[in-house]
Design a protein around this ligand. Structure first.
Ligand code: GAP
Length: 488
């Protein structure tokens, strides 16, 4: 596997992603996405939306504001608790996030530890500044929310949302009234989130502006049956449980029976996203679940599982899923004084719905995992091949006239490209040798290249070349769209 720095260089070269405002020296933690990156990102979001919103009867979508009433964050606990401990170098004055600094230095998990525990670990392991080797001093807790002033007089202090989730709770009543949903049901949202990370790093992995796709899945607090559970019961996953002794392969059914998962709904949603990654091309050996320890559970969570990917810089979280119980709705009822309970027709009582699962997917982290998994340096071909799942490939099909000085060939190729473009993201390329044109498409993961040659003018057929196998097939022009649709 290539390093994260090599991946960043590759992504810049291919127009996937690069540091923002480079002409002004860049702006740490913020990235721009180029022509290929925006397609890849949109495809990932579209696949998530298709799988978990449009493809289901029990999940509806929404899109909330990114700056909201400051009370939202007071109620959710973010104003008081969304903190990271900082550590500073006494010599070069650089600031670091304490838990990740310790994790990097001594390869232990330090997530969720108190300031005192972090300080003890720094002293115990004699950890010094990773930049200049100077001595370190513990700094204060640092709130990760970006703040801003709203209104011309700057009268209202507000925050950019650090997660999309809270908007689902604050819009809960409106959505329930309009969408006429019945428990159990989910509300999903995809959009930007902002965190003033102390040390953004590892390219797209830890940034200050990113996108999330989140679902709050609400269940009746007393009715816990999960009719979908059978869909995932026999699925095998690699898991590191809270005891951390055991990276093993288990079925989801076993994990529920052994009480690793306390609820079938939680198990179902974690497994569904794990399966989604496999179905979209991630190699099983690079994926695992990790159960959060009691120490690292967020202030709102009763239980939490991460899906981790094996990056070149270690196993890291790409997806989190917490059982948030009734924490958020309780808090918003308390602070807003509004009744957010639902009426249960059967028992004739009002209940506070339980968030049995909160699948929370970072889009850039998913993108990075897909890129690493797909990247292959093919020595025989002499170029990189990005073996992305076709559903997320930025470009689906590239059309080449064999030579660029024969008007008949050009006209046919352009016509085919125009037709394909109505259905898929198609690109047209007439410059350079065919080999060079194949290589260009391999490097951005285009699954199909179509060449129009001299025979095409006679037999109205074209050559389709497959990215992964380089196998070529002759296909009738009128069958092309159906053929590619089927393959995709
Ligand atoms: N609502 C729950 C929540 O936000 P989280 O574990 O803090 O939970 C969920 O974040 C996901 O968001 C992570 O698994 C990751 O994919 C993504 N994420 C979080 N912080 C990020 C950052 N600084 N840069 C990129 N992605 C991030």
């Amino acid at each position: 596997m290539i390093s994260i720095e090599e991946m960043a260089t590759f992504c810049k070269k291919k127009g996937i992603a690069f540091l923002t405002s480079e002409i002004y020296g860049g702006f740490s933690g913020f990235y721009d996405f180029g022509p290929m990156g925006v397609e890849l990102k949109n495809n990932i979001k579209a696949e998530l939306w298709k799988s978990f919103v449009q493809g289901r009867d029990d999940v509806v979508g929404m899109d909330g504001a990114t700056i909201t009433h400051p009370k939202v964050w007071e109620a959710s606990g973010h104003t008081a608790s969304f903190m990271d401990a900082m550590v500073g170098c006494d010599r070069c004055r650089e600031k670091f996030r304490a838990d990740t600094l310790i994790e990097d230095a001594v390869q232990i998990s330090a997530d969720g530890l108190s300031v005192e525990q972090l300080e003890n670990l720094i002293v115990k392991h004699k950890i010094h500044c990773p930049k200049c080797k100077g001595p370190l001093s513990m700094g204060q807790q640092f709130n990760l929310m970006f703040n801003t002033q709203v209104g011309p007089a700057g009268a209202v202090q507000a925050y950019l949302r650090p997660e999309t989730a809270q908007l689902i709770f604050t819009a809960f009543k409106n959505i329930v009234d309009i969408a006429r949903v019945k428990l159990p049901f989910g509300i999903a949202q995809a959009g930007k989130a902002y965190r003033n990370e102390i040390s953004p790093r590892d390219f797209l992995f830890r940034t200050r502006e990113f996108e999330q796709f989140e679902i709050e899945y609400f269940t009746h607090p007393k009715k816990t049956e999960c009719p979908c559970f059978k869909e995932v019961a026999d699925m095998k996953v690699q898991i590191l449980t809270e005891s951390k002794k055991d990276l093993a392969s288990h079925t989801i059914k076993d994990l529920v029976e052994n009480k690793v998962f306390k609820s079938k709904w939680h198990a179902y949603w974690v497994a569904s996203f794990y399966r989604w990654f496999l179905e979209h091309g991630i190699k099983p050996e690079n994926l695992r679940l990790r159960e959060h320890t009691k120490d690292e559970l967020a202030h709102y969570a009763k239980a939490c599982f991460d899906i981790e990917y094996k990056f070149p810089f270690g196993w890291k979280e790409i997806h989190g899923d917490a059982d948030r119980s009734t924490f958020d709705l309780d808090q918003h009822m308390k602070v807003s004084k509004k009744d957010l309970r639902l009426f249960d027709e059967e028992t004739k009582e009002k209940v506070v719905p339980h968030v049995a699962a909160e699948p929370s997917q970072g889009i850039e982290r998913a993108m990075l995992a897909f890129l690493f998994d797909a990247y292959e340096d093919d020595k025989e071909r002499g170029n990189i091949v990005l073996k992305l799942h076709p559903s997320i490939s930025p470009v689906k099909v590239a059309v080449f006239p064999l030579v660029s000085n024969k008007p008949g060939l050009l006209a046919m190729a352009e016509e085919i490209h125009r037709e394909l473009r109505k259905e898929f993201n198609s690109t047209y390329d007439r410059s350079g040798s065919i080999g060079r044109r194949y290589a260009r498409q391999d490097e951005i993961g285009t699954p199909f290249c179509i060449t129009i040659d001299f025979d095409s003018l006679e037999d109205k057929s074209v050559t389709v070349r497959h990215r992964d196998s380089t196998k070529q097939e002759r296909i009738k022009k009128e069958d092309l769209i159906g053929y590619i649709k089927k393959k995709l």
